[in-house]
Design a protein. Structure first.
Lengths: 114, 117
Protein backbone atom coordinates (compact mmCIF):
# COMPACT_ATOMS: atom_id res chain seq x y z
CA UNK A 1 0.00 0.00 0.00
CA UNK A 2 1.89 3.01 -1.28
CA UNK A 3 1.96 6.12 0.84
CA UNK A 4 1.17 9.65 -0.24
CA UNK A 5 3.18 10.33 -3.38
CA UNK A 6 4.34 13.79 -4.28
CA UNK A 7 6.22 14.78 -7.38
CA UNK A 8 8.47 16.23 -8.30
CA UNK A 9 10.65 16.02 -5.22
CA UNK A 10 12.53 19.15 -6.27
CA UNK A 11 11.31 21.81 -8.69
CA UNK A 12 13.30 24.76 -9.93
CA UNK A 13 11.55 27.63 -11.67
CA UNK A 14 12.56 31.09 -12.83
CA UNK A 15 10.56 34.09 -11.75
CA UNK A 16 7.38 34.42 -13.80
CA UNK A 17 7.10 30.73 -14.70
CA UNK A 18 4.39 28.36 -13.56
CA UNK A 19 4.87 25.61 -10.99
CA UNK A 20 2.69 22.49 -10.86
CA UNK A 21 2.96 20.25 -7.84
CA UNK A 22 1.28 16.86 -7.85
CA UNK A 23 -0.04 14.76 -5.01
CA UNK A 24 -1.46 11.25 -5.21
CA UNK A 25 -3.16 10.39 -1.92
CA UNK A 26 -3.05 6.98 -0.36
CA UNK A 27 -5.38 4.44 -1.92
CA UNK A 28 -8.91 4.94 -0.68
CA UNK A 29 -8.25 8.43 0.65
CA UNK A 30 -10.55 11.13 -0.66
CA UNK A 31 -9.42 14.03 1.55
CA UNK A 32 -6.33 15.99 0.59
CA UNK A 33 -4.61 18.86 2.37
CA UNK A 34 -1.81 21.11 1.13
CA UNK A 35 0.68 22.79 3.46
CA UNK A 36 3.60 25.13 2.90
CA UNK A 37 6.72 25.23 5.01
CA UNK A 38 9.15 28.13 4.85
CA UNK A 39 12.73 27.51 6.09
CA UNK A 40 12.94 27.06 9.86
CA UNK A 41 9.17 27.45 10.25
CA UNK A 42 6.23 25.16 10.92
CA UNK A 43 3.76 23.98 8.33
CA UNK A 44 1.10 26.46 7.30
CA UNK A 45 -2.24 25.22 6.02
CA UNK A 46 -3.15 26.21 2.49
CA UNK A 47 -6.17 24.27 1.23
CA UNK A 48 -8.35 21.24 1.96
CA UNK A 49 -10.01 19.37 -0.88
CA UNK A 50 -12.24 16.41 -1.35
CA UNK A 51 -12.78 14.82 -4.73
CA UNK A 52 -13.85 17.61 -7.12
CA UNK A 53 -14.55 20.03 -4.26
CA UNK A 54 -12.60 22.69 -2.39
CA UNK A 55 -13.69 22.49 1.24
CA UNK A 56 -11.46 25.09 2.89
CA UNK A 57 -9.10 27.43 1.06
CA UNK A 58 -8.63 29.91 3.88
CA UNK A 59 -4.84 29.54 3.74
CA UNK A 60 -4.44 30.07 0.02
CA UNK A 61 -3.04 33.38 -1.24
CA UNK A 62 -5.74 35.20 -3.16
CA UNK A 63 -3.75 35.49 -6.35
CA UNK A 64 -1.60 33.14 -8.44
CA UNK A 65 -2.37 30.02 -6.37
CA UNK A 66 -4.98 27.42 -7.21
CA UNK A 67 -5.66 23.80 -6.32
CA UNK A 68 -7.77 21.02 -7.69
CA UNK A 69 -8.52 17.39 -6.93
CA UNK A 70 -10.28 15.90 -9.94
CA UNK A 71 -12.40 12.79 -9.95
CA UNK A 72 -9.56 10.93 -11.64
CA UNK A 73 -5.91 11.62 -11.10
CA UNK A 74 -3.78 13.42 -8.56
CA UNK A 75 -4.40 16.64 -6.73
CA UNK A 76 -2.58 19.58 -8.31
CA UNK A 77 -1.31 22.73 -6.61
CA UNK A 78 -0.63 25.33 -9.25
CA UNK A 79 1.37 28.51 -8.74
CA UNK A 80 1.34 30.98 -11.60
CA UNK A 81 4.02 33.62 -12.21
CA UNK A 82 6.19 32.42 -9.37
CA UNK A 83 8.20 34.87 -7.28
CA UNK A 84 11.20 34.27 -5.01
CA UNK A 85 8.95 34.35 -1.95
CA UNK A 86 7.19 31.21 -3.20
CA UNK A 87 10.36 29.19 -2.54
CA UNK A 88 9.38 26.69 0.14
CA UNK A 89 8.62 23.05 0.80
CA UNK A 90 5.07 22.11 -0.14
CA UNK A 91 3.56 19.12 1.61
CA UNK A 92 0.48 17.17 0.76
CA UNK A 93 -1.40 15.04 3.27
CA UNK A 94 -4.36 12.71 2.89
CA UNK A 95 -6.88 11.01 5.12
CA UNK A 96 -9.57 8.43 4.44
CA UNK A 97 -12.39 10.38 6.01
CA UNK A 98 -13.16 13.79 7.40
CA UNK A 99 -12.88 12.68 10.98
CA UNK A 100 -9.77 10.59 10.45
CA UNK A 101 -7.38 10.74 13.33
CA UNK A 102 -4.21 10.94 11.38
CA UNK A 103 -3.08 12.75 8.28
CA UNK A 104 -0.56 10.85 6.20
CA UNK A 105 2.05 13.14 4.71
CA UNK A 106 3.98 12.90 1.50
CA UNK A 107 7.71 13.64 1.33
CA UNK A 108 7.09 17.13 0.03
CA UNK A 109 8.13 19.13 -3.02
CA UNK A 110 10.93 21.63 -2.56
CA UNK A 111 10.25 24.58 -4.85
CA UNK A 112 13.14 26.89 -5.60
CA UNK A 113 12.51 30.08 -7.55
CA UNK A 114 15.57 31.64 -9.16
CA UNK B 1 -3.91 34.13 19.15
CA UNK B 2 -1.67 31.16 18.47
CA UNK B 3 -3.57 27.91 18.50
CA UNK B 4 -0.44 25.84 19.17
CA UNK B 5 2.51 27.16 21.15
CA UNK B 6 5.87 25.45 21.38
CA UNK B 7 8.10 27.60 23.57
CA UNK B 8 11.36 25.66 23.14
CA UNK B 9 13.07 26.50 19.85
CA UNK B 10 15.85 24.05 20.64
CA UNK B 11 16.60 21.31 23.15
CA UNK B 12 19.61 19.15 23.92
CA UNK B 13 19.46 15.74 25.56
CA UNK B 14 22.07 13.10 26.24
CA UNK B 15 21.72 9.70 24.70
CA UNK B 16 19.64 7.28 26.82
CA UNK B 17 18.08 10.14 28.82
CA UNK B 18 14.42 11.15 28.68
CA UNK B 19 13.31 14.51 27.31
CA UNK B 20 10.05 16.45 27.41
CA UNK B 21 9.00 18.73 24.57
CA UNK B 22 6.39 21.28 25.56
CA UNK B 23 3.18 22.09 23.74
CA UNK B 24 0.20 24.20 24.79
CA UNK B 25 -2.91 24.72 22.74
CA UNK B 26 -5.87 27.03 22.54
CA UNK B 27 -9.36 25.96 21.54
CA UNK B 28 -12.93 26.51 22.62
CA UNK B 29 -14.05 23.24 21.06
CA UNK B 30 -14.81 20.22 23.19
CA UNK B 31 -13.83 17.77 20.49
CA UNK B 32 -10.30 17.93 19.16
CA UNK B 33 -7.19 15.87 18.57
CA UNK B 34 -3.55 16.54 19.36
CA UNK B 35 -0.69 15.19 17.29
CA UNK B 36 3.07 15.08 17.33
CA UNK B 37 5.12 14.80 14.15
CA UNK B 38 8.85 14.35 13.68
CA UNK B 39 10.70 15.96 10.79
CA UNK B 40 14.27 14.70 10.32
CA UNK B 41 16.78 16.53 8.16
CA UNK B 42 15.56 14.57 5.14
CA UNK B 43 12.34 16.58 5.35
CA UNK B 44 9.51 14.07 5.56
CA UNK B 45 6.82 14.39 8.22
CA UNK B 46 6.58 11.31 10.40
CA UNK B 47 3.54 10.78 12.61
CA UNK B 48 4.48 9.88 16.19
CA UNK B 49 1.49 9.94 18.48
CA UNK B 50 -2.14 11.06 18.78
CA UNK B 51 -4.33 12.09 21.75
CA UNK B 52 -8.06 12.65 21.48
CA UNK B 53 -9.70 15.22 23.74
CA UNK B 54 -12.00 12.59 25.21
CA UNK B 55 -9.29 10.00 25.78
CA UNK B 56 -8.96 9.45 29.49
CA UNK B 57 -5.55 7.84 29.37
CA UNK B 58 -2.37 9.39 28.08
CA UNK B 59 -1.36 8.05 24.68
CA UNK B 60 1.77 5.93 24.39
CA UNK B 61 3.60 4.61 21.32
CA UNK B 62 6.79 2.76 22.13
CA UNK B 63 9.29 5.28 23.51
CA UNK B 64 6.87 8.15 22.95
CA UNK B 65 4.22 9.20 25.41
CA UNK B 66 1.98 12.22 25.52
CA UNK B 67 1.48 13.96 28.83
CA UNK B 68 -2.05 15.29 28.32
CA UNK B 69 -3.26 17.84 30.88
CA UNK B 70 -6.63 19.01 29.61
CA UNK B 71 -7.28 21.68 32.24
CA UNK B 72 -3.91 23.26 31.50
CA UNK B 73 -4.37 22.75 27.75
CA UNK B 74 -0.99 21.14 27.44
CA UNK B 75 0.10 18.10 25.45
CA UNK B 76 3.78 17.55 26.10
CA UNK B 77 5.71 14.85 24.27
CA UNK B 78 7.99 12.65 26.36
CA UNK B 79 10.70 10.67 24.61
CA UNK B 80 12.29 8.06 26.82
CA UNK B 81 15.75 6.57 26.32
CA UNK B 82 16.77 9.06 23.64
CA UNK B 83 18.69 7.80 20.63
CA UNK B 84 20.92 9.66 18.19
CA UNK B 85 18.29 9.06 15.51
CA UNK B 86 15.81 11.11 17.51
CA UNK B 87 17.64 14.29 16.50
CA UNK B 88 15.08 16.17 14.43
CA UNK B 89 12.44 18.91 14.46
CA UNK B 90 9.33 18.02 16.40
CA UNK B 91 5.98 19.61 15.68
CA UNK B 92 2.88 19.65 17.85
CA UNK B 93 -0.41 20.00 15.97
CA UNK B 94 -4.13 20.17 16.67
CA UNK B 95 -7.21 19.27 14.72
CA UNK B 96 -10.61 20.59 15.82
CA UNK B 97 -13.93 19.00 14.98
CA UNK B 98 -16.77 21.48 14.82
CA UNK B 99 -20.28 20.32 14.09
CA UNK B 100 -18.98 16.93 13.03
CA UNK B 101 -16.71 18.39 10.36
CA UNK B 102 -12.97 18.00 10.52
CA UNK B 103 -10.83 21.05 10.18
CA UNK B 104 -7.28 21.43 9.10
CA UNK B 105 -4.31 20.40 11.18
CA UNK B 106 -2.73 23.48 12.79
CA UNK B 107 0.96 23.25 13.60
CA UNK B 108 3.21 24.89 16.15
CA UNK B 109 6.56 26.39 15.22
CA UNK B 110 8.48 23.31 16.26
CA UNK B 111 11.30 22.32 18.61
CA UNK B 112 14.66 21.22 17.29
CA UNK B 113 15.96 18.32 19.38
CA UNK B 114 19.62 17.42 19.37
CA UNK B 115 20.67 14.15 21.00
CA UNK B 116 24.30 14.11 22.15
CA UNK B 117 26.66 11.30 23.16
Amino acid sequence: NAGVMQNPRHLVRRRGQEARLRCSPMKGHSHVYWYRQLPEEGLKFMVYLQKENIIDESGMPKERFSAEFPKEGPSILRIQQVVRGDSAAYFCASSPRARGEKLFFGSGTQLSVL
Amino acid sequence: AQKITQTQPGMFVQEKEAVTLDCTYDTSDQSYGLFWYKQPSSGEMIFLIYQGSYDEQNATEGRYSLNFQKARKSANLVISASQLGDSAMYFCAMREWRSGTASKLTFGTGTRLQVTL
